[in-house]
Design a protein around this ligand. Structure first.
Ligand SMILES: Cc1cc2nc3c(=O)[nH]c(=O)nc-3n(C[C@H](O)[C@H](O)[C@H](O)COP(=O)(O)O)c2cc1C
Length: 290
Protein backbone atom coordinates (compact mmCIF):
# COMPACT_ATOMS: atom_id res chain seq x y z
CA UNK A 1 0.00 0.00 0.00
CA UNK A 2 1.00 3.56 -0.68
CA UNK A 3 0.70 4.82 2.91
CA UNK A 4 2.05 3.87 6.31
CA UNK A 5 -1.39 3.91 7.93
CA UNK A 6 -5.00 3.52 6.76
CA UNK A 7 -6.02 6.15 4.23
CA UNK A 8 -9.07 6.97 6.37
CA UNK A 9 -6.69 8.06 9.16
CA UNK A 10 -4.66 10.20 6.77
CA UNK A 11 -7.79 11.83 5.35
CA UNK A 12 -8.95 12.61 8.89
CA UNK A 13 -5.53 14.03 9.81
CA UNK A 14 -5.29 16.39 6.82
CA UNK A 15 -6.27 20.00 7.34
CA UNK A 16 -5.40 23.25 5.59
CA UNK A 17 -2.16 24.22 7.28
CA UNK A 18 -1.50 27.96 6.94
CA UNK A 19 1.31 28.42 9.48
CA UNK A 20 4.57 26.54 9.06
CA UNK A 21 7.83 26.29 10.94
CA UNK A 22 10.32 28.38 8.97
CA UNK A 23 12.71 25.48 8.43
CA UNK A 24 13.41 23.89 5.04
CA UNK A 25 12.11 20.37 4.50
CA UNK A 26 14.96 17.92 5.18
CA UNK A 27 16.76 16.65 2.11
CA UNK A 28 15.72 13.04 2.63
CA UNK A 29 12.05 14.04 2.92
CA UNK A 30 12.28 16.33 -0.09
CA UNK A 31 13.73 13.39 -1.99
CA UNK A 32 10.88 11.07 -0.99
CA UNK A 33 8.26 13.64 -1.92
CA UNK A 34 9.96 14.47 -5.23
CA UNK A 35 10.24 10.77 -6.10
CA UNK A 36 6.53 10.38 -5.47
CA UNK A 37 5.77 13.44 -7.62
CA UNK A 38 7.81 12.10 -10.52
CA UNK A 39 6.01 8.76 -10.35
CA UNK A 40 2.49 10.22 -10.67
CA UNK A 41 0.78 9.52 -13.95
CA UNK A 42 -2.73 10.22 -15.19
CA UNK A 43 -5.99 10.77 -13.30
CA UNK A 44 -9.10 8.56 -13.62
CA UNK A 45 -10.15 10.27 -16.87
CA UNK A 46 -6.73 9.73 -18.39
CA UNK A 47 -5.25 13.24 -18.35
CA UNK A 48 -1.60 13.27 -17.32
CA UNK A 49 -0.66 15.69 -14.56
CA UNK A 50 2.92 16.81 -13.88
CA UNK A 51 4.18 17.98 -10.50
CA UNK A 52 7.25 19.77 -9.19
CA UNK A 53 8.36 20.58 -5.67
CA UNK A 54 9.83 24.06 -5.52
CA UNK A 55 11.45 25.94 -2.67
CA UNK A 56 9.34 28.80 -1.34
CA UNK A 57 11.49 31.83 -2.00
CA UNK A 58 10.42 35.26 -0.76
CA UNK A 59 9.57 36.06 -4.35
CA UNK A 60 7.24 33.03 -4.61
CA UNK A 61 5.56 33.88 -1.32
CA UNK A 62 4.99 37.46 -2.42
CA UNK A 63 3.71 36.34 -5.83
CA UNK A 64 0.89 34.43 -4.12
CA UNK A 65 -0.81 37.63 -3.07
CA UNK A 66 -1.64 38.79 -6.57
CA UNK A 67 -2.99 35.46 -7.74
CA UNK A 68 -6.47 35.35 -6.27
CA UNK A 69 -5.70 33.01 -3.39
CA UNK A 70 -7.17 33.76 0.02
CA UNK A 71 -5.86 33.11 3.51
CA UNK A 72 -2.44 34.17 4.66
CA UNK A 73 0.16 31.41 4.33
CA UNK A 74 3.00 31.95 6.77
CA UNK A 75 6.39 30.28 6.70
CA UNK A 76 5.75 27.68 3.98
CA UNK A 77 9.10 26.39 2.83
CA UNK A 78 7.89 24.60 -0.27
CA UNK A 79 5.24 24.63 -2.94
CA UNK A 80 3.99 21.74 -5.01
CA UNK A 81 3.13 23.05 -8.45
CA UNK A 82 1.08 20.97 -10.88
CA UNK A 83 0.42 21.41 -14.59
CA UNK A 84 -2.20 19.70 -16.71
CA UNK A 85 -2.90 19.70 -20.42
CA UNK A 86 -6.24 20.21 -22.16
CA UNK A 87 -9.00 17.58 -21.94
CA UNK A 88 -12.70 17.51 -21.12
CA UNK A 89 -12.04 16.38 -17.53
CA UNK A 90 -8.60 17.85 -16.92
CA UNK A 91 -9.64 19.79 -13.80
CA UNK A 92 -11.09 16.65 -12.19
CA UNK A 93 -7.94 14.70 -13.04
CA UNK A 94 -5.82 17.50 -11.60
CA UNK A 95 -7.82 17.53 -8.35
CA UNK A 96 -7.59 13.74 -8.05
CA UNK A 97 -3.83 13.64 -8.58
CA UNK A 98 -2.94 16.67 -6.44
CA UNK A 99 -5.02 15.25 -3.58
CA UNK A 100 -3.11 11.96 -3.86
CA UNK A 101 0.08 13.98 -3.46
CA UNK A 102 -1.39 15.86 -0.48
CA UNK A 103 -2.33 12.61 1.26
CA UNK A 104 1.19 11.31 0.66
CA UNK A 105 2.67 14.48 2.21
CA UNK A 106 0.19 14.23 5.13
CA UNK A 107 1.33 10.66 5.73
CA UNK A 108 4.91 11.98 5.89
CA UNK A 109 3.77 14.29 8.70
CA UNK A 110 3.96 17.44 6.56
CA UNK A 111 1.38 20.23 6.53
CA UNK A 112 -0.25 21.27 3.27
CA UNK A 113 -2.75 23.81 1.98
CA UNK A 114 -4.46 23.86 -1.41
CA UNK A 115 -4.12 27.31 -3.02
CA UNK A 116 -6.35 27.94 -5.99
CA UNK A 117 -5.99 30.98 -8.21
CA UNK A 118 -4.79 32.16 -11.55
CA UNK A 119 -1.37 30.56 -11.63
CA UNK A 120 -1.21 29.73 -15.31
CA UNK A 121 0.70 32.85 -16.31
CA UNK A 122 2.56 33.18 -13.01
CA UNK A 123 6.12 32.56 -11.88
CA UNK A 124 4.86 29.22 -10.52
CA UNK A 125 3.98 28.11 -14.06
CA UNK A 126 7.50 29.07 -15.14
CA UNK A 127 8.97 26.88 -12.40
CA UNK A 128 7.28 23.84 -13.91
CA UNK A 129 7.94 25.06 -17.48
CA UNK A 130 4.25 24.88 -18.30
CA UNK A 131 3.69 24.73 -22.03
CA UNK A 132 1.17 27.00 -23.80
CA UNK A 133 -1.24 24.07 -23.80
CA UNK A 134 -0.99 23.48 -20.07
CA UNK A 135 -2.72 25.21 -17.15
CA UNK A 136 -1.70 25.43 -13.51
CA UNK A 137 -5.06 25.34 -11.67
CA UNK A 138 -3.66 25.40 -8.13
CA UNK A 139 -0.52 24.96 -6.08
CA UNK A 140 -0.07 23.44 -2.62
CA UNK A 141 2.02 24.96 0.13
CA UNK A 142 4.00 22.40 2.08
CA UNK A 143 6.22 22.37 5.14
CA UNK A 144 6.48 21.50 8.81
CA UNK A 145 3.27 22.20 10.72
CA UNK A 146 3.68 25.08 13.17
CA UNK A 147 1.12 23.81 15.64
CA UNK A 148 -2.16 22.62 14.46
CA UNK A 149 -4.25 24.71 16.78
CA UNK A 150 -2.39 27.93 15.97
CA UNK A 151 -2.41 27.46 12.25
CA UNK A 152 -6.03 26.47 12.02
CA UNK A 153 -7.97 29.01 13.93
CA UNK A 154 -8.41 32.19 11.91
CA UNK A 155 -8.95 31.38 8.24
CA UNK A 156 -10.55 28.07 9.11
CA UNK A 157 -13.09 29.96 11.15
CA UNK A 158 -13.64 32.55 8.44
CA UNK A 159 -14.25 30.05 5.66
CA UNK A 160 -15.84 27.63 8.12
CA UNK A 161 -13.14 25.09 7.34
CA UNK A 162 -14.20 22.83 10.19
CA UNK A 163 -17.84 22.81 9.10
CA UNK A 164 -19.16 20.26 6.71
CA UNK A 165 -22.59 19.74 5.14
CA UNK A 166 -24.64 16.93 6.60
CA UNK A 167 -25.17 13.64 4.81
CA UNK A 168 -28.72 14.62 3.88
CA UNK A 169 -27.44 17.58 1.81
CA UNK A 170 -24.86 15.57 -0.08
CA UNK A 171 -25.91 11.97 -0.62
CA UNK A 172 -29.16 10.74 -2.17
CA UNK A 173 -31.02 7.60 -3.16
CA UNK A 174 -32.10 7.15 -6.82
CA UNK A 175 -32.95 10.80 -7.30
CA UNK A 176 -32.03 14.21 -5.90
CA UNK A 177 -34.09 15.00 -2.84
CA UNK A 178 -34.29 11.56 -1.21
CA UNK A 179 -31.52 11.55 1.42
CA UNK A 180 -29.37 8.46 1.75
CA UNK A 181 -28.61 7.22 5.27
CA UNK A 182 -25.28 5.61 6.21
CA UNK A 183 -27.14 2.31 6.71
CA UNK A 184 -28.50 2.45 3.19
CA UNK A 185 -25.06 3.38 1.86
CA UNK A 186 -23.35 0.30 3.34
CA UNK A 187 -20.73 -0.91 2.47
CA UNK A 188 -19.94 2.51 0.98
CA UNK A 189 -20.74 4.59 4.08
CA UNK A 190 -17.05 5.13 4.89
CA UNK A 191 -15.99 6.15 1.33
CA UNK A 192 -18.90 8.65 1.37
CA UNK A 193 -17.87 9.98 4.77
CA UNK A 194 -14.34 10.48 3.41
CA UNK A 195 -15.84 12.56 0.58
CA UNK A 196 -17.82 14.59 3.11
CA UNK A 197 -14.70 15.63 5.04
CA UNK A 198 -12.62 16.39 1.92
CA UNK A 199 -11.17 19.86 1.30
CA UNK A 200 -12.88 22.12 -1.24
CA UNK A 201 -12.34 25.65 -2.52
CA UNK A 202 -13.74 28.09 0.08
CA UNK A 203 -15.23 24.99 1.69
CA UNK A 204 -18.23 25.04 -0.67
CA UNK A 205 -18.43 21.21 -0.84
CA UNK A 206 -20.03 20.99 -4.31
CA UNK A 207 -20.18 17.17 -4.30
CA UNK A 208 -23.56 15.47 -4.67
CA UNK A 209 -23.73 11.69 -4.98
CA UNK A 210 -26.72 9.54 -5.92
CA UNK A 211 -26.79 5.82 -5.21
CA UNK A 212 -28.74 3.83 -7.76
CA UNK A 213 -28.26 0.10 -7.29
CA UNK A 214 -24.53 -0.57 -7.74
CA UNK A 215 -24.03 2.87 -9.31
CA UNK A 216 -22.75 5.92 -7.47
CA UNK A 217 -23.39 8.96 -9.64
CA UNK A 218 -21.20 11.99 -8.87
CA UNK A 219 -22.58 15.46 -9.62
CA UNK A 220 -21.19 18.95 -9.07
CA UNK A 221 -23.55 21.53 -7.61
CA UNK A 222 -21.95 24.80 -8.64
CA UNK A 223 -22.10 27.65 -6.18
CA UNK A 224 -24.19 30.51 -7.56
CA UNK A 225 -22.00 33.46 -8.55
CA UNK A 226 -18.84 31.34 -8.60
CA UNK A 227 -18.66 31.54 -12.40
CA UNK A 228 -19.37 29.02 -15.13
CA UNK A 229 -17.25 27.20 -17.64
CA UNK A 230 -17.35 30.09 -20.12
CA UNK A 231 -16.16 32.74 -17.66
CA UNK A 232 -13.40 30.43 -16.51
CA UNK A 233 -12.25 30.07 -20.09
CA UNK A 234 -12.47 33.77 -20.87
CA UNK A 235 -10.77 34.94 -17.70
CA UNK A 236 -8.27 32.12 -17.63
CA UNK A 237 -9.19 31.23 -14.04
CA UNK A 238 -9.20 27.61 -12.97
CA UNK A 239 -12.60 26.01 -12.51
CA UNK A 240 -11.91 25.06 -8.90
CA UNK A 241 -15.21 23.33 -8.23
CA UNK A 242 -14.32 20.77 -10.89
CA UNK A 243 -11.00 20.35 -9.07
CA UNK A 244 -13.07 19.71 -5.90
CA UNK A 245 -14.88 16.89 -7.74
CA UNK A 246 -11.56 15.20 -8.51
CA UNK A 247 -10.62 15.44 -4.83
CA UNK A 248 -13.90 13.72 -3.88
CA UNK A 249 -13.25 10.95 -6.42
CA UNK A 250 -9.78 10.44 -4.96
CA UNK A 251 -11.04 10.05 -1.38
CA UNK A 252 -13.89 7.78 -2.49
CA UNK A 253 -11.78 5.47 -4.63
CA UNK A 254 -8.85 5.21 -2.22
CA UNK A 255 -11.15 4.40 0.69
CA UNK A 256 -13.12 1.87 -1.36
CA UNK A 257 -9.86 0.19 -2.39
CA UNK A 258 -8.74 -0.04 1.21
CA UNK A 259 -12.06 -1.65 2.17
CA UNK A 260 -11.66 -4.15 -0.67
CA UNK A 261 -14.61 -2.67 -2.58
CA UNK A 262 -14.02 -3.18 -6.27
CA UNK A 263 -15.36 -0.86 -8.89
CA UNK A 264 -14.53 1.43 -11.77
CA UNK A 265 -15.30 4.90 -13.06
CA UNK A 266 -17.50 5.43 -16.09
CA UNK A 267 -18.44 8.67 -17.75
CA UNK A 268 -22.04 8.07 -18.80
CA UNK A 269 -24.70 10.41 -17.50
CA UNK A 270 -27.82 8.63 -16.20
CA UNK A 271 -31.33 9.88 -16.90
CA UNK A 272 -31.78 11.53 -13.51
CA UNK A 273 -33.40 14.93 -13.37
CA UNK A 274 -31.03 17.56 -12.03
CA UNK A 275 -32.32 20.14 -9.54
CA UNK A 276 -31.17 23.20 -11.56
CA UNK A 277 -28.80 24.40 -14.25
CA UNK A 278 -25.98 24.78 -11.73
CA UNK A 279 -25.89 21.02 -11.28
CA UNK A 280 -23.55 19.13 -13.64
CA UNK A 281 -22.80 15.43 -13.99
CA UNK A 282 -19.18 14.38 -13.36
CA UNK A 283 -18.85 10.56 -13.43
CA UNK A 284 -20.24 7.34 -11.96
CA UNK A 285 -18.59 4.63 -9.93
CA UNK A 286 -19.88 1.14 -10.67
CA UNK A 287 -19.35 -1.07 -7.68
CA UNK A 288 -18.92 -4.81 -7.64
CA UNK A 289 -18.52 -5.22 -11.37
CA UNK A 290 -16.97 -8.49 -12.47
C1 LIG B 1 -9.25 23.74 -5.02
C2 LIG B 1 -9.02 24.38 -3.68
C3 LIG B 1 -8.54 25.70 -3.60
C4 LIG B 1 -8.29 26.28 -2.35
N1 LIG B 1 -7.75 27.56 -2.31
C5 LIG B 1 -7.39 28.08 -1.11
C6 LIG B 1 -6.74 29.35 -1.05
O1 LIG B 1 -6.50 30.01 -2.05
N2 LIG B 1 -6.35 29.81 0.17
C7 LIG B 1 -6.59 29.10 1.33
O2 LIG B 1 -6.20 29.59 2.40
N3 LIG B 1 -7.23 27.91 1.32
C8 LIG B 1 -7.62 27.37 0.13
N4 LIG B 1 -8.24 26.15 0.08
C9 LIG B 1 -8.52 25.40 1.32
C10 LIG B 1 -10.00 25.40 1.71
O3 LIG B 1 -10.39 26.67 2.19
C11 LIG B 1 -10.22 24.31 2.77
O4 LIG B 1 -9.96 23.05 2.18
C12 LIG B 1 -11.63 24.27 3.33
O5 LIG B 1 -11.93 25.50 3.97
C13 LIG B 1 -11.79 23.12 4.34
O6 LIG B 1 -10.88 23.22 5.41
P1 LIG B 1 -9.79 22.09 5.68
O7 LIG B 1 -8.99 21.90 4.43
O8 LIG B 1 -8.96 22.62 6.82
O9 LIG B 1 -10.53 20.83 6.04
C14 LIG B 1 -8.55 25.56 -1.15
C15 LIG B 1 -9.05 24.24 -1.24
C16 LIG B 1 -9.27 23.66 -2.47
C17 LIG B 1 -9.75 22.24 -2.53
Amino acid sequence: MLFSEPVTEIIRKRFSCRRYIDKPIAEEERGRLSDFLSATGAGPFGTAVRFNLIAATDQARKALKGLGTYGFIKGATGFIVGAVGPSRKNMEDFGYMMETVILFATDMGLGTCWLGGSFTRSSFAKKISATVEEVVPAVTSVGYILKKEQSEVTIRQIVGGHNRRHWGNLFFRETFGIPLSPDEAAPYAVPLEMVRIAPSATNKQPWRIIKDGDYWHFYMQRTRGYGNSLTFKLLNIADLQRVDMGIAMCHFEMTAAELGLKGKWVNKEPKIEKPDTLCEYTASWIGDFL
